[in-house]
Design a protein around this ligand. Structure first.
Ligand SMILES: Nc1ncnc2c1ncn2[C@@H]1O[C@H](COP(=O)(O)OP(=O)(O)O)[C@@H](O)[C@H]1O
Ligand SMILES: [Mg+2]
Ligand SMILES: [Zn+2]
Length: 287
């Protein structure tokens, strides 16, 4: 909504723009970006209405809501993504390089979309390295340009799939599946975070396959690594040791079929860095 007391639009949300006609013969008007009403030519001037600046925040939040971007991620954009964690050690160079590289790839993806988007992105790395941050930044930039996009937490998607299961048709309600299948960019966050029933996992496979076959792009993040993930064991400045990855791999969590489908449909971006929440903020590098 417009601001009720806005001095520029008196609360209407539309601002009138006038421009003297430079060439009275020429009545074809190229309205400013986002112009609403067709231009009305007056005596030697052209008048049209554009959305007032006081509605910008509003439009932005509508777009964000439509993409189901959770409020806790609204601060996530490329500008707020640090690629220098402030450590000065040889390991830190590797971390900073990894963050910078990931940012470069994801930002280029968002900038060029839909060009060059024959592959999605799978952001892979330990907890707290900013995978969701980068993926959200990309999704938001893309939906702000008018494309459709949807954020889905993996667990929530599985829950919705499970809750909407219809025993009569032995399938999931189309009302849940359709937007997930059709949206131009799907962000599936935290893949592998729960271990679903075999048929729910099959539904996830169906979603990914369909999107792949119909050339729709999927962005995914996961804390589960591949066996050969190149993260060395490190000791953080806090003294905490982070061992090389162990435990479940992504394939253990989603099965071989989905893992290999993801190889085909995504470029894997590995991020190797310490947990931003634990290390960087608390270490006071960012007052
Ligand atoms: N490089 C970074 N620069 C700025 N903020 C970051 C960075 N990495 C992580 N964060 C912040 O730390 C928190 C955790 O990041 P998140 O993206 O949720 O990590 P992940 O998804 O990898 O577990 C978020 O609030 C995020 O904005
Ligand atoms: Mg995350
Ligand atoms: Zn206004």
């Amino acid at each position: 909504m417009a601001q009720a007391d806005c001095p520029n639009c008196a609360g209407t949300g539309w601002r009138i723009v006038e421009q003297p006609d430079e060439n009275a013969e020429m009545r074809v008007v190229a309205p400013a970006n986002g112009a609403h009403a067709g231009a009305a030519a007056g005596e030697g001037k052209t008048v049209w209405a554009v959305p007032c600046d006081c509605t910008v925040g509003d439009r932005r939040s509508r777009v964000v809501d439509r993409a189901r971007l959770p409020r806790r991620y609204v601060h996530c954009n490329f500008e707020s993504y640090d690629t220098d964690l402030g450590y000065r050690s040889s390991e830190a160079k590797v971390w900073n390089h990894s963050l910078a590289q990931a940012k470069l790839v994801v930002q280029a993806f968002a900038r060029d979309f839909p060009v060059g988007a024959e592959h999605g992105l799978l952001l892979m790395g330990p907890c707290g390295v900013g995978k969701t941050h980068l993926a959200v930044a990309a999704l938001e930039e893309i939906v702000q340009r008018g494309h459709s996009g949807l954020f889905y937490d993996y667990r929530e998607l599985l829950k919705e799939i499970q809750d909407s299961y219809n025993p009569e048709s032995n399938s999931t309600e189309m009302s849940v599946l359709e937007p997930v299948l059709k949206t131009e960019v799907l962000l599936l966050d935290d893949v592998g975070s729960s271990k679903p029933s075999p048929w729910a996992l099959e539904t996830v496979g169906h979603i990914l396959n369909t999107r792949y076959n119909e050339h729709r792009v999927t962005l995914l993040t996961t804390n589960f690594l591949d066996k050969d993930f190149k993260r060395p064991a490190v000791t953080l400045p806090s003294g905490e040791a982070i061992a090389a990855p162990g435990g479940d791999t992504l394939e253990d969590r989603v099965g071989m079929r989905i893992r290999s489908r993801l190889y085909e449909m995504c470029r894997t971006v590995e991020i190797v860095a310490p947990d931003y929440r634990k290390e960087v903020r608390h270490a006071g590098f960012h007052a």
